[in-house]
Design a protein around this ligand. Structure first.
Ligand code: SAJ
Length: 426
């Protein structure tokens, strides 16, 4: 089978390489010259375990090449970003998807399949994409096949999950679903779940909305327990001993290009019917300000406090800072002209992040742990020998547990203690 993958980002590239390394001839297309050049010269442009090896293998076998031109194929897979519009409901911007579909149409032939993997608002396939394909003279379900197959992989485990996760295959017609199944059967070992395009769209959005709402519940619990002087993390641990309870983990906020984005695609379509989803978004979006306020209260009596931020990504062990609450916290803190705010992240290449842990924490008055990178798991009290005296460590991910020996170590469980500390010790 010949496959053209449009969009070689976090999902498109691993998907293209999977097809290539399972015997298909793959053309990867991207509008970005530097992506094409890098891949052609044998280097990946994103951090993902196992991805470099897959690229090496696919280039060696000659089954994959990257370019800017769409090539004719049996199946076209579209995996381009769908950002939020900057409108009242942060609605789904389909421009990149539509432009990818438009670019595919001249190469489309009878019998071909177009698969949209990008996350899209409910009914996008029926109301926008299908009419575009039919306007070019094809009857969908007869001449060509149109499918929505949302990606559901977890960053950091993409290569494994692409093969073993179940896939939702949502066709415009049953024939479309069958055509979609044929394509994924080439390497997916999980179940291929047949449905309609609209159900597929909504299922994908609800998966991430479910998590967003549950994380909001945990974050709200932290605020309540902060007020009532109760350890929220212990509450969660004990409540989760109940066989049918699964409270999620609180944190500095919800980031990434999925949980912080997808719920808005449901909200935009039914604003009057989604008070719960909207409240959850608001709670999670306010978490960075809650954390910043804790820092502000604690350092208010220090003239030029040094604040060290450990971790800038939206979650651990990845290099992705999209929608990252850690970056928002960094920015909000840096807004104070009398604060010296410094950041350390071993995974991120940005000019405002240092690669020198020691330099970052040296003489810091407040250390904030914002990402659960493995590098932070084994931090010990000795690693913080050079911080300022009485320095506070707030571990918002509850990851550096060996630091609990330090009397100035806090997490989101005992954060109410920090209030008392700020008032007296500094
Ligand atoms: N987070 C918490 N508390 C938790 C769990 C997560 O605060 O208990 C935060 C994380 O720190 C992060 C954010 O939520 O900031 C999102 O992290 P995540 O690991 O839940 O999700 P993503 O965005 O990396 O990946 C999700 C996954 N969806 C689900 O688990 C339902 C993944 O399977 C999807 O493929 C991906 O979204 C996507 O593409 O939609």
């Amino acid at each position: 089978m010949k496959i053209t993958v449009v969009g070689l980002g976090y999902i498109g590239l691993p998907t293209a390489l999977m097809f290539a390394n399972h015997g298909q001839q793959v053309c990867g297309v991207d509008v970005n010259d530097s992506v094409i050049n890098k891949l052609t010269s044998g280097q990946i442009h994103i951090e993902e375990p196992g991805l470099q090896e897959e690229l090496d293998k696919a280039l060696r076998s000659g089954k994959f090449h990257a370019g800017k031109e769409i090539e004719p194929a049996d199946a076209f897979i579209i995996s381009v970003p769908t950002p939020n519009h900057e409108d009242a409901y942060k609605s789904c911007n389909l421009d990149y998807v539509k432009s990818a579909v438009t670019s595919v149409l001249p190469a489309l032939e009878k019998g071909n399949t177009i698969i949209i993997e990008s996350t899209i608002a409910p009914r996008s396939m029926m109301d926008h994409i299908c009419p575009m394909v039919e306007a070019s003279g094809f009857t969908v379900g007869k001449d060509v096949f149109l499918v929505h197959c949302p990606e559901r992989v977890l960053p950091g485990q993409v290569m494994h999950e692409l093969i073993y996760n179940n896939r939702i295959i949502g066709g415009i017609t049953e024939a479309c679903t069958e055509a979609g199944k044929k394509v994924y059967k080439t390497f997916v070992q999980g179940e291929l779940l047949e449905t309609t395009a609209s159900v597929a769209e909504m299922s994908k959005l609800m998966e991430n909305t479910y998590r967003d709402v549950n994380i909001a519940l945990a974050n709200e619990l932290v605020k309540v327990c902060d007020e009532l002087d109760i350890d929220a993390l212990e509450v969660i641990e004990l409540a989760n001993k109940h066989p049918r309870v699964n409270l999620h983990s609180p944190g500095p906020g919800v980031g990434g290009h999925c949980l912080a984005v997808d719920p808005y695609f449901i909200i935009e379509k039914a604003p009057e019917k989604t008070p719960l989803i909207q409240a959850a978004r608001a709670i999670n979006s306010q978490m960075p300000s809650f954390i910043v306020q804790k820092v502000e209260e604690t350092v208010q009596d220090i003239t030029n406090p040094k604040i060290a931020v450990l971790g800038l990504t939206y979650k651990g062990n990845i290099d992705d800072i999209r929608e990252s609450p850690a970056v928002e916290i960094f920015d909000q803190l840096a807004f104070h002209t009398n604060y010296q705010v410094v950041a350390f992240d071993p995974h991120v290449q940005v000019d405002f992040a240092s690669k020198d842990f020691q330099q970052t924490i040296d003489q810091a008055n407040f250390v904030l742990i914002l990402a659960d990178h493995n590098e932070f798991k084994n931090l010990t009290v000795e690693d913080f020998d050079t911080v300022a005296s009485e320095a506070i460590i707030l571990d918002t991910k509850n990851i550096a547990t060996q630091l609990a020996e330090n009397p100035n170590y806090y997490n989101l469980g005992n954060i109410s203690e920090l209030n008392k500390k700020g008032a007296h010790a500094l």
